[in-house]
Design a binder for this molecule. Structure first.
Ligand SMILES: Nc1nc2c(c(=O)[nH]1)N[C@H]1C(S)=C(S)[C@@H](COP(=O)(O)OP(=O)(O)OC[C@H]3O[C@@H](n4cnc5c(=O)[nH]c(N)nc54)[C@H](O)[C@@H]3O)O[C@H]1N2
Ligand SMILES: Nc1nc2c(c(=O)[nH]1)N[C@H]1C(S)=C(S)[C@@H](COP(=O)(O)OP(=O)(O)OC[C@H]3O[C@@H](n4cnc5c(=O)[nH]c(N)nc54)[C@H](O)[C@@H]3O)O[C@H]1N2
Ligand code: SF4
Ligand SMILES: [Mo]
Length: 668
């Protein structure tokens, strides 16, 4: 009797788990969403953030119409206008800017709001259009650039282990990763391994909810992980447990790296990392004698001045132990490099080569930009040096367009706001970066109000501007076909028809999969150990003068928000409570701070407010306050990015979100 329909889709959020979901639609309304029970990685579960996604799509504060600013920049005062009026104004302004300043004065600032290959940062939306205008290129370095670069230098490809193979591991190191918060679906595979006797260790300056569930937690001093890796290998050599055959057949630079390892005896490593020598020795011994060993090292680890090097040296561990031979051994960081969805974004449409603007440098690289076009991003909440960003966004000579679903702090500075569809309302193609599957997202319902998908927004704008280039008008399904036609063996037999019918599909890799068992995709075919003297780069906070700002601030993933996405969700905000900063009892006592007391967390860049939570979950000298809150919903109107410096890490210009010094002072 009921006309209920099941529509298979995919979570768009920047999360490794890339869940497949099923939406039940009745009378054109989405009434239920659940994790796809058939998907081998989703296994029927979503997460605390997304369980009420349908309510979020219908939230009162959803942006439903184009708007034009009426108040001063930053005020968030707008009037509704029609799409025609919006496109008129945008066309006129873009043309004038290109004529007067050249196309490079336009910065298309694309973030990670959706990982879709059509609508979001992995893919195509807007890129051909920007090439026609000759706009600056955008480098999305905010998340994983340092670690990926480090891994590629060692391995040739950052893809690493199939995370499902954690079920086969006997020793698991959760290294700078908070699995139960930032990608909990891996946990089921870890539990499977434990059922077979695996030992699980967390290496994290914070005793996280994940660390609570492990067999052992090593509270490492932030930014010293590469030194720990060298110390563990020192023990492996002392135990004579290196895999000589693998070293000879599949690596290069071993003689020299061996010397480097020998210069990191456990006592020295204990000194650097703050982990007792005895614990380093015990874990090193375990590592020496346990095959296969799997390392889960994710992004938290590389948000430091030495973060790229940390991943490079950590990826060398299985090269020494020979774990890369085994499906349950190696390092899992991001599976992105195993994904071969490619499309021609038509750089040939550029009249001449253009400069690149760096996502994390919006505070300092906006000076000569005349149009900032923000989509799927919230720089006022997520990017470093937040106070400087606001000063830039407030400039009267800057024309800012923000394409959004919700009225973020960034929207408050827009000249024109365009309403964007959410995931149940548009097509998209996805590849989780924590597993080996592609997923298709079929729209389940009509968009509310006048929301348009990003692809459609660019098609309409191109038409409004009278642009003739035919490829600007490719439909979503045509673009998806192009993406799937890369010709890579991992894509053989994976067609759009099949994806739309089945919802998700595993890329053509063997199962179980050991990517580097037979060699590495480097020029020599060998794993490249770090060059002499470059196996450990200390973090900023490990080497800077700490006399004025003595505490290292870590700003990890929040359990209730996904970056700043959901920072306006009433239920998740209620559950996240007021912002806190974790402070070790000794540091609290030294400052006369009491539990629950509100403090200013400050440095030369600015300050934010939080309530002290005295806790031995952090080591002395380390404080922590999660990312993701909207500044305008935070006490004092700022979140932790007010004290995060715009500083490059050692590789890929990765940002240093967890590598900043602060002081705490009572709010008077
Ligand atoms: N709930 C939730 N899930 C998320 C996100 C979110 O905001 N909320 N964000 C998503 C995104 S965009 C990403 S990139 C991933 C990030 O996922 P994770 O990699 O888990 O990121 P973080 O929470 O930044 O850091 C993980 C852990 O690293 C620790 N850490 C910090 N510095 C160091 C160090 O120097 N050494 C070691 N060993 N550990 C260190 C932190 O204390 C933290 O517990 O998660 C995704 N998933
Ligand atoms: N202090 C601190 N800051 C951090 C981090 C940290 O560890 N510490 N982590 C960093 C990391 S890992 C990341 S990845 C960045 C993320 O930073 P951003 O890329 O800026 O991501 P979000 O803050 O989630 O903002 C994404 C916005 O996109 C919108 N959106 C979602 N889907 C769509 C869509 O289909 N179309 C359009 N037009 N908009 C959409 C959402 O509503 C949301 O407002 O944050 C970084 N910021
Ligand atoms: S945020 Fe991550 S865990 Fe939650 S539904 Fe999306 S992909 Fe799954
Ligand atoms: Mo990220």
């Amino acid at each position: 009797m009921s006309g209920a329909l099941s529509v298979v889709g995919a979570c768009p959020l920047d999360c490794p788990d890339g869940c497949s979901w099923v939406v039940t639609v009745e009378d054109g309304k989405a009434v239920k969403m659940r994790g796809n029970p058939d998907h081998p990685y989703t296994r029927g579960a979503l997460c605390v953030k997304v369980n009420r996604y349908l309510e979020h799509t219908r939230a009162d504060d959803r942006i439903l119409y184009p708007m034009r600013r009426t108040g001063p920049k930053g005020s968030g005062q707008f009037e509704r206008i029609s799409w025609d009026e919006a496109l008129d104004e945008i066309s006129v302004r873009l043309r004038a800017i290109v004529d007067e300043h050249g196309g490079e004065a336009i910065w298309p600032y694309l973030g990670t709001g959706t990982l879709g290959y059509l609508q979001g940062c992995e893919g195509v939306a807007g890129r051909r259009f920007w090439n026609v205008l000759g706009a600056s290129k955008h480098w999305l370095n905010i998340c994983s650039a340092a670690g990926s670069t480090g891994l590629r230098r060692t391995l040739g490809n950052a893809g690493g282990m199939d995370p499902e193979n954690f079920a086969l591991s006997k020793l698991i190191l959760l290294w700078g990763t908070n699995t139960l918060t930032s990608g909990h679906h891996l946990w089921k595979f870890i539990q499977d391994a434990r059922a077979n006797g695996a030992y699980v260790v967390a290496i994290d300056p914070i005793r996280t909810r994940t660390a609570d569930q492990t067999d052992e937690h090593l509270a490492i001093r932030p930014g010293t992980d590469a030194a720990l890796a060298l110390g563990l290998l020192n023990v492996v050599l002392a135990e004579n447990a290196q895999d000589e055959e693998f070293l000879a057949a599949h690596t290069e630079g071993w003689e020299q790296f061996r010397e480097e390892i020998l210069s990191y005896p456990v006592e020295r490593v204990a000194e650097i990392t703050g982990i007792p020598a005895e614990a380093v020795h015990r874990l090193g011994t375990r590592l020496a004698h346990t095959r296969p060993t799997a390392l889960r090292a994710t992004h938290g680890l590389q948000r430091h001045a030495g973060g790229g090097t940390a991943l490079r040296t950590i990826a060398s561990i299985p090269g020494v132990t020979g774990d890369w031979r085994h499906p349950g051994g190696g390092v899992a960081y991001s599976t992105s490099d195993h994904v071969h969805l490619t499309i021609d974004t038509r750089d040939d449409l550029l009249a001449r080569p253009v400069r690149t603007r760096v996502m994390t440098k919006i505070a300092s690289q906006l000076d000569d930009v005349k149009c900032l076009w923000v989509y799927a991003a919230n720089p006022a909440g997520s990017s470093p040096d937040a106070n400087a960003i606001r000063r830039q966004l407030a400039r009267d000579d800057l024309f800012t367009v923000v394409v959004e679903q919700f009225p973020t702090d960034t929207v408050d500075y827009a000249d024109i706001v365009l309403p964007a569809t959410m995931q149940i309302e548009h097509y998209d193609l996805h590849a989780g970066y924590g597993h080996m599957y592609l997923a298709w997202n079929e729209p389940a319902v009509e968009p509310p109000g006048e929301c348009l998908s990003t692809t459609e927004t660019f098609r309409r704008l191109a038409a409004h501007m009278g642009l003739k280039e035919p490829s600007l008008y490719d439909s979503d399904l045509e673009l998806a076909e192009q993406l799937l036609a890369s010709g890579h063996p991992s894509m053989e037999g994976i067609t759009l028809d099949r994806l739309r019918k089945e919802g998700w599909v595993r890329m053509n890799y063997p199962k179980p999969f050991a990517p580097f068992a037979e060699g590495f995709p480097t020029p020599s075919g060998r794993l490249r150990f770090p060059p002499a003297g470059q196996a450990y780069v200390p973090s900023h906070t490990a080497s800077a003068d700490r006399s004025v700002y003595p505490l290292t601030l870590i700003t990890p993933a929040s359990h209730m928000f996904l970056n700043t996405t959901f920072g306006n969700n009433p239920e998740l905000r209620r559950r996240a409570k007021d912002p806190v900063v974790l402070v070790h009892p000794a540091d609290a006592e030294a400052r006369g701070l009491t539990d629950g007391q509100r403090v200013r967390v400050h440095n030369e860049g600015g300050e934010f407010l939080a309530d002290v939570e005295i806790s031995d979950r952090v080591a002395p000298g380390v404080v922590a306050s999660p990312k993701g809150r909207w500044p305008k919903f935070s006490p004092g109107g700022a979140n932790p990015n007010a004290v995060v410096a715009e500083r490059d890490g050692d590789m890929g210009r990765g940002p240093a979100f967890h590598d900043n010094l602060v002081e705490l002072s009572p709010v008077s």
